[in-house]
Design a protein around this ligand. Sequence first.
Ligand code: TRP
Ligand code: ZN
Length: 454
Amino acid sequence: MLALALLAPACTGGVEGKPGAPGVRDPYFPKLGNGGYDVTHYDLTLDVDPDEQTLRGTAEITARATQDLSSFNLDLDGLTVDSATVEGRPAAVNRAGSELTLRTDPKAEDRLREGETFHTVIRYSGSPKTITDPDKSEEGWLPTDDGSLALGEPTGSMAWFPGNNHPSDKATYDMRVTVPKGLTAVSNGVQAGPPTTQGGRTTYRWHTAEPMASYLAVLAVGRFETKTSTMAGGITVFTAVDPESAEASARTVARVPEVVTWEAEHFGPYPFSATGAIVERKGDAGYALETQNRPFFPGPPSVGLLVHEMSHQWFGDSVTPASWRDMWLNEGPATYAEWLWEEEKEDTPAQESFDEAYADDDNWAFPPADPPSAANISDPPVYGRGAMVIHKIREAVDDDKKFFALLAGWTKAHRHGNATTAEFTAYVEKATGRDLTELWKKWLYGRDRPAADG
Ligand code: TRP
Ligand code: ZN
């Protein structure tokens, strides 16, 4: 204490900031994210040329320093940085892999003290790249037949904007996207105004009011049939469907409000001010993704897939995993949402779905809360065994009213935040007033298949 007190006056002349860490030590993606600051808002202005598959962007990032900084990193994979400023002063840029280091003008350093809010502006351009995940799926920037598609689970958002690319740092977003007239740019949130056309190009404005993890940001450019309506609770419903998928999608896409309402009855109030869906042409992408507000589908979805992706709005989007190890907190409940839908709407008891998943050897490759590597974070155990854990909790509670209250309590406790597996198990034990050590040991962490009724 004494030493600190003695040092303090000497420091007022100019605290030496330290570099922010280049990663947040995610167990599967150690370089994702960055230390030393917390982003509160991304303001992205993007100009997309679908013929050339190029992008010109300005990212204005508002962040709060969580330490005194001399430099800090952003994640950006590919593209060219044309200029960078921090607090309006030019910043020196260094790039190594997907790490972008910004060293600020020493005169700006007092704006980067712990607790201060600062603004970074990056101008960038180039041909955004497609990123291949450790599990070989493709994300980042995906050219399509009539435009492009930007998807980001787990790492892809850094292919189209610089940022703190880790689920633990959620922020609000504004996106202003300019595309050739005749094409539509669809993203998250609500439209901040009608599109405006000038010189043969149309600008769309999207506003995401609730915090969002970077992996849930989406940008779909192309020909889309769009519909806007308002459902109960004043929630905006915006759907965008590729004309080629329109007919085959119409019935399921029309059920978005019904699915949102049904899920809200089981999981707690819908966490966002907007919902909807984006449906691409079959063949333009390989998988569906729970992009915030507006899940993405690679072609006409089944109602089961809609139920799955929409349930992620609670499990994943509003309550976001603290690290990629906690992925089962997304996929377990989302798979269980499908089982519940089948139980209530299609006369297949969840127990039957459980039995089927239990019998499937693929679900037993590893424990859901401990995938062996980054290539396995979306493997069957994360989904199937994850859902089995939820079913076992339902059995332990042995009262559906209490079980659904428990799920709603979880989404309420971490609404718009992050959560770990340890927080989940502690929450369930507190909510049930029971020691569930055995349940976690067998179903969540155990390597071997326990007895089905164990
Ligand atoms: N989360 C998506 C879902 O459940 C699946 C998915 C899409 C995914 N892309 C991924 C999972 C990349 C892990 C990695 O619908
Ligand atoms: Zn899922």
